[in-house]
Design a protein around this ligand. Structure first.
Ligand code: BGC
Length: 619
């Protein structure tokens, strides 16, 4: 068709009547001069109800063909955590996939382009050889607004190099319980961190693509509870999902004081989308909650797209048709329905036919979707000239390395063991010593991350060795070499995980998400009698109270990403000083799980390390 594009062009030209020579300009220039509202009004008037309903769904690429996108005028497709282009996972494969789907959309009866979404939550990390930045919890420790702007812009450049135009990031959850598997997707437990970081992050991302503040709202407040989310327990394991997708028992005061901060910032930054949370507040699932309309859209004045989370409307009461109607009437504009998108379109159409969904609601939803497509330039240039060189570039890796340096937190340094001399002989032990995959964590190459050696980057062993090699230093990895070493450096931590799979009620060094070799590595180090430095790679604090007396130095590295090895070496050898501060309270015992700075009478001395703690070499 191109019906809409033609109509838009004519409308734009009509508006310029009398403008003399401007009419002679090329069509696309004419189009860009017309205000979005005028173009939107005209476009909307051209669409059939079926085309509008198609715009309101978002399907996952494994369950929709380019031909379906053409036939159903689908508004958006996405690649979830476990989907990849059919032919390979390079940036070129992603660009090819994007182009194929986009060209198909342009052939539809409406001619409207798609938004193509992905979870680039720490860089464009599903794609092989992307720059993988530290996860948000490390960025909270760094708390550097300029740096996070640069990370957002770099992520957007890598996405744009593959064509994609919609990022399901940032997660603005204010995590209140470290047992939550999504703890590392949060900047930390204090809303002050969201106030400082969300706006620049969104602004950086939206240099090129659409950002999404998620998950509305209070996803960080859900309570530990065995009975959460039956379907997920059946699907994964019976002990999982004890907190993820659960219920937040909070009053309005707490909601506003703690959990709204990120949305206020994101909206002020002009964020294009807000994703609704899988969780509930006081027993009411957010996908049907009146907070979407009353708070997000009316009070906060959010004018972008409200998108549902992955099949989350299925948790609403009633049959599928009822779930769709409830969600749309609650104010959801686009339904992330990876598999059932076709039924979602049918349910929307049926809801309009029976009068259960008003035409005004449909027009509001579609206007929001189209406005984002106009604002982000997708209407005018659905297929841009990609800049392949910006994918995984040196410049982006430099930003990531800086982020690593700023995100590590020095928690103990007895006798100033650190920094090490560059000619030190180091015995490097532990499961994380040579694993970029472990440094990267979840949402890397796949949803749950990977344990295979397939993430491009610099491991801790490589980072240290590249300094030592020119300075007479040595890095041993076999305990047999202990007599030749000056110091033992043990890298322990968590294996990669994402979402509810990472829920963990124990958080000990040998619990479900911890690497199985942690304790053995610590025992090996202890047996050498060497002064010992421990680096913990994890999405959150683990209980180390019984072990820390054995350690001379202790560093929380969180999930530092692909440049982890280089950034860690910068600090270990004292090229740079530490500046990171704990974005979370570090408990002494399991009884303190769920305690944060918002606890009445929070006393710093009650914890192993309080929120905000972090040492430096210098004064
Ligand atoms: C997660 C979202 C994510 C979506 C798409 C969901 O399970 O909760 O954060 O954006 O999947 O991958």
């Amino acid at each position: 068709m191109k019906r809409v594009l033609t109509a838009v062009l004519l409308a734009a030209m009509a508006m310029n009547l009398g403008a003399g020579p401007a009419l002679l300009a090329t069509g696309s220039e004419q189009v860009q001069q017309a205000p979005i509202e005028a173009r939107l009004k005209d476009t909307l008037s051209q669409l059939t109800l079926e085309e509008k309903a198609g715009q309101m769904v978002q399907a996952e690429i494994g369950y929709i063909t380019p031909g379906d996108v053409t036939a159903f005028n689908v508004g958006s497709v996405f690649c979830g955590g476990d989907q990849h282009p059919p032919l390979g996972n390079s940036a070129a494969h992603w660009l090819e996939m994007y182009t194929t789907y986009q060209e198909a959309a342009l052939q539809s009866s409406s001619g409207l382009p798609i938004l193509f979404g992905v979870d680039a939550v720490h860089g464009h990390s599903h794609v092989a050889a992307a720059t993988v930045f530290p996860h948000n919890i490390g960025l909270g420790a760094a708390n550097d607004p300029e740096l996070i702007y640069a990370i957002g812009a770099a992520t957007a450049r890598e996405m744009a190099a593959t064509g994609l135009n919609w990022n399901f990031s940032p997660c603005v959850a204010v995590v209140q319980d470290i047992r939550w598997g999504r703890c590392y997707e949060s900047f930390g437990e204090s809303a002050e961190l969201q106030k400082s970081l969300v706006k620049p992050y969104v602004q950086g991302l939206q240099q090129e693509i659409s950002a999404t503040a998620k998950h509305f709202v209070a996803d960080g407040a859900t309570l530990w509870n065995k009975r959460n989310h039956r379907a997920s327990r059946l699907l994964y394991n019976p002990d999982a999902f004890k907190i993820d997708q659960g219920d937040a028992k909070i009053g309005e005061g707490e909601l506003r004081q703690i959990h709204l901060a990120g949305y206020l910032e994101a909206i002020e930054a002009g964020v294009d989308a807000v994703m609704i949370s899988h969780s509930s507040i006081n027993g009411v699932k957010l996908h049907g909650h009146d907070l979407i309309q009353s708070l997000l859209k009316s009070e906060l004045g959010f004018e972008g797209i409200v998108v549902s989370d992955y099949e989350s409307i299925h948790q609403l009461p009633g049959d599928y048709r009822r779930q769709v109607i409830t969600a749309v009437n609650a104010g959801i504009d686009m339904l992330m329905e990876p598999r059932r998108w076709k039924y979602a379109i049918e349910a929307i159409l049926d809801g309009v036919k029976t009068g259960e969904i008003s035409l005004e609601r449909i027009d509001d939803a579609v206007s929001r979707i189209l406005t984002v497509k106009y604002k982000r330039g997708v209407m005018d240039r659905p297929i841009k000239d990609p800049v392949p060189a910006s994918f995984g570039s040196e410049e982006n890796r430099r930003i990531a390395r800086e982020a690593v340096r700023k995100s590590l937190v020095l928690l103990k340094n007895e006798g100033s063991l650190l920094p090490l001399a560059k000619d030190a002989h180091i015995l490097l032990l532990g499961p994380g010593r040579d694993s970029v995959a472990m440094q990267a964590g979840g949402w890397t190459l796949s949803w749950q991350g990977t344990i295979r050696d397939e993430v491009k980057g610099v491991s801790i062993r490589q980072g240290l060795a590249s300094v030592a090699v020119d300075s007479g230093g040595l890095v041993y990895t076999d305990p047999i070499d202990a007599p030749k070493a000056d110091v033992a450096l043990v890298v322990i931590g968590e294996i990669p995980y994402a979402e509810g799979v990472g829920d963990n009620g124990q958080l000990t060094l040998d619990s479900a998400t911890a690497h199985k070799d942690n304790l053995q590595a610590l025992a090996e180090a202890k047996a050498t009698g060497l002064p010992t430095i421990v680096i913990l790679i994890s999405g959150r604090p683990l209980l180390v109270t019984d072990f820390i007396p054995d350690w001379d130095a202790f560093i929380a590295a969180f999930l530092p990403g692909s440049e982890g090895g280089s950034g860690i070496a910068d600090l270990i050898y004292g090229e740079y000083d530490f500046s990171g501060k704990l974005p979370l309270t570090w408990p002494k015992t399991a009884r303190q799980f769920g305690e944060t700075i918002y606890k009445p009478n929070y006393r710093e001395k009650d914890y192993l390390f309080p929120f905000g703690y972090g040492l430096r070499y210098g004064k």
